[in-house]
Write a protein that binds this ligand. Structure first.
Ligand SMILES: Cc1cc2nc3c(=O)[nH]c(=O)nc-3n(C[C@H](O)[C@H](O)[C@H](O)COP(=O)(O)O)c2cc1C
Length: 221
């Protein structure tokens, strides 16, 4: 079982959010997973240029580090997303990865994968930022098991508690993957999304040939 942790703070090893990610990956490793941390701030990831060619060919037209990162994510069973709160959102580096994911979303390529999210903030709005990351996971077809955040204003004891909780969440992620844990509400949301996105795929079937073939293979249209 492989679990990838994405870190996205530009503060590198000084990042508080990375401390939560390290704890989560330690927990996952203790529970038996092979783990890998990837820092997207160190990668060459260009902005999506909305050329739509991924929908036609199944491959992003931009030549940078995205394709190799995508292949790692697709090979993983679990994905842990992490970002500090930057203006009540994720960092630009993580958002750049999200924006490069239309193929993953259109073809629901994280179907069967599980993940969760981690954040730290100077003051608050922890849940808002966790929801952004967990919604991304859902949009890509995956399920999320929860999230952990810490407001740095609450001091070192809050951070210690968040580190412990992240480690537990890492262990729990391994269990969720092993038992193929059902999340009925998320399954309903996936079905509803496919039910409405089907019309977008059909409306673009002449151009989005790769998407269309994938949907036919899956029996979604
Ligand atoms: C550009 C920038 C924007 C930020 N925006 C917010 C914010 O909107 N709300 C908040 O509570 N903290 C905000 N912060 C504080 C960070 O979220 C906080 O310091 C966080 O713990 C940093 O995590 P890191 O050490 O992993 O980089 C911001 C920090 C920076 C540098």
């Amino acid at each position: 079982m492989k679990i990838i942790g994405i870190s996205s703070s530009p503060r590198g090893k000084n990042s508080s959010t990375l401390k939560l990610l390290d704890a989560a990956l330690t927990g996952a490793e203790e529970a038996g997973a092979e783990v890998e941390a990837i820092d997207v701030t160190k990668l060459n990831l260009k902005y999506c240029i909305a050329c739509n060619s991924c929908h036609e060919t199944g491959v992003c037209a931009i030549k940078d580090d995205y394709q190799a990162l995508l292949e790692k994510l697709l090979a993983a069973d679990g994905i842990i997303l992490s970002s500090p709160n930057y203006i009540t959102n994720v960092t630009a580096q993580l958002k750049t990865l999200f924006d490069r994911s239309p193929l993953v979303i259109h073809e629901q390529l994280f179907e069967g994968k599980y993940g969760f999210s981690l954040t730290t903030a100077g003051s608050g709005e922890i849940d808002f930022v966790l929801d952004i990351m967990n919604n991304y996971m859902m949009h890509c077809g995956g399920n999320f098991t929860g999230g952990v955040g810490c407001s740095m204003a609450e001091g070192p004891s809050a951070m210690e508690a968040a580190i412990d909780k992240s480690q537990e969440m890492g262990k729990d992620l391994v269990e969720a993957i092993k038992e193929k844990r059902p999340y009925p509400e998320q399954e309903v949301a996936h079905e509803a999304w496919r039910g409405q996105f089907k019309y977008v795929i059909l409306a673009n079937k002449e151009q989005w040939t790769h998407n269309c073939e994938h949907w036919m293979e899956k029996g979604w249209i």
